[in-house]
Design a protein around this ligand. Structure first.
Ligand SMILES: CC(C)(COP(=O)(O)OP(=O)(O)OC[C@H]1O[C@@H](n2cnc3c(N)ncnc32)[C@H](O)[C@@H]1OP(=O)(O)O)[C@@H](O)C(=O)NCCC(=O)NCCS
Length: 438
């Protein structure tokens, strides 16, 4: 990292010089690490909107231009030319694999797709109607009890093994969460299938008959996985880093990321989007879109058009463009263009893209708008959408965790606070306290 002396801070009559750290893309950073020690103040930044928690080489978003890069490669090129495991290799190692490296990586991942037989029994402890994310938080955290041979975070081989296991086992664990809730037997992975095909097999096959994954649907799923593989220092990724900063094991750290992803403001958005479509459908469908849009524009209604807008992208979300293409491919493949729910979604998209309220605020459909529709068409239950996101993001989380462990500047995360509570005061003994209160 290149330091330059750039920023000056004047406080209480003194001027201090603060180093500026250069980025390769995006804004440079003012280094405020010594603020407290040298100047006696702290930085106040709720939600860390203007604060870099770390330096990272993994992914980069240009929100104004609507661009996303993994290791410098634009997402459009990766989604067009690569598959998910190629993308995982890139995110983890920094470079795209050669053909030999790719084959080796795929073989290694396939060797780890099964889970410990005893882990399967863990599922029986959950209610059948448990939310899959509740199951995933528990089961992924529990992996640390099954794979104790890879918990030494200072050992690069252990870290590699944990990373491979997590990427390999997530589809199995997610599919098992689904099978458990519908009361069907767990399906073992089939290693002659590719990553996405194998997931579809574990989700939709039963022991009663043959199942051949549809290649268009497998490719669509693979694209969903690529598009969700990493996204800078978002809430769940920062959670993984913060958990890992204390030296916690990788399985526990990824479980903490899954817990954070569960929230409707993060990974739960595509579930919320589909639920919104169901609601409009119940109220009368396409004819009711006008009324719904009116409600969205009324600030007092507290209604948002789910799947529109993004905190970072103030232009088209590049992932949405790709997912839109996939959405049409999947609906055509399944002959669902005239399905009322999908017609409703496409009509909502058309109207919102022409409406001045959305256009003037640069509110475009985000990736969740289309990925929810695609997943619904594939047959994935709405409750499992966030689980698919967790499966895709596992590589990002583990790569970021690994980057953090390697970072010589890494410290245990310990944010400061601006204390605004009561000042020092004395305790009144209980028997006297009632008299002092109103
Ligand atoms: C993602 C989201 C939280 C970003 O919010 P944000 O960065 O605070 O958005 P902004 O403050 O820049 O919003 C600007 C304006 O657009 C409005 N707006 C933003 N998203 C909106 C939406 N989905 N529907 C209706 N109005 C919306 C805001 O009310 C605000 O209006 P105002 O200027 O009249 O006050 C927000 O767009 C949202 O809730 N979207 C729906 C949920 C969703 O799809 N989330 C997935 C994100 S991947």
């Amino acid at each position: 990292m290149q330091n330059i002396n750039g920023a000056r801070l004047t406080f209480k009559g003194h001027t201090y010089s603060l180093p500026v750290i250069k980025s390769t893309m995006g804004p440079d950073a003012i280094d405020v690490r010594d603020l407290h020690e040298h100047i006696g103040v702290i930085a106040y930044d709720p939600g860390l909107i203007s604060t870099a928690l770390c330096s990272s080489e993994i992914s980069f978003i240009d929100g104004d231009k609507g661009e996303l890069f993994y290791r410098g490669y634009p997402i459009e090129q990766l989604a067009t030319h690569c598959d998910y495991l190629e993308t995982c290799y890139l995110i983890k190692n920094g470079e795209l694999p050669t053909a030999t490296q790719y084959d080796e990586y795929v073989t290694t991942v396939k060797r780890h797709t099964m889970v410990h037989e005893q882990l399967m029994r863990l599922y029986q402890g959950f209610r059948r109607d448990a939310h899959p994310m509740a199951i995933l938080v528990g089961v992924v955290g529990a992996l640390s009890a099954y794979y104790q041979d890879s918990l030494d975070i200072t050992n690069p081989e252990h870290r590699l093994l944990a990373a491979t296991r997590l990427v390999a086992k997530m589809p199995t664990i997610v599919a098992m969460a689904y099978k458990y809730t519908v009361g069907q037997p767990f399906m073992y992975p089939r290693n002659e299938l590719n990553y996405a095909e194998n997931f579809l097999h574990m989700m939709f096959a039963t022991p009663c008959g043959p199942y051949t994954p549809n290649p268009v649907l497998a490719r669509a799923l693979d694209r969903i996985l690529i598009l969700h593989a990493d996204h800078e220092q978002n809430a769940s990724t920062s959670t993984v880093r913060l958990s890992g900063s204390s030296g916690a094991n990788p399985y526990a750290c990824i479980a903490s990321g899954i817990a954070c992803l569960w929230g409707p403001a993060h990974g739960g958005a595509n579930e919320a989007c589909l639920n919104m479509l169901f609601d409009i459908q119940k109220q009368g469908g396409v004819e009711k879109i006008g009324e719904f849009i009116k409600q969205v524009k009324d600030k007092d209604s507290n209604t948002k058009l789910m799947g529109f807008g993004h905190r970072v992208y103030k232009n088209f979300d590049p992932r949405a463009t790709l997912m839109r293409e996939t959405c049409h491919e999947v609906l055509n493949e399944l002959g669902l263009q005239n399905d009322p729910l999908f017609k409703l979604a496409l009509e909502l998209e058309r109207i919102a893209l022409e409406d001045d309220y959305f256009v003037s605020r640069k509110l475009y459909p985000n990736v969740d708008f289309y990925s929810g529709i695609v997943q619904k068409a594939i047959g994935i239950p709405v409750q499992l959408f966030t689980g698919i996101f967790a499966m895709a993001r596992t590589i990002g989380w583990i790569a970021q965790w690994n980057e953090m462990i390697h970072d010589p500047e890494q410290k245990i995360g310990r944010p400061r606070q601006l204390y605004v509570g009561a000042q020092r005061r004395g305790v009144v003994p209980l028997k006297l306290r009632r008299n002092t209160m109103n």
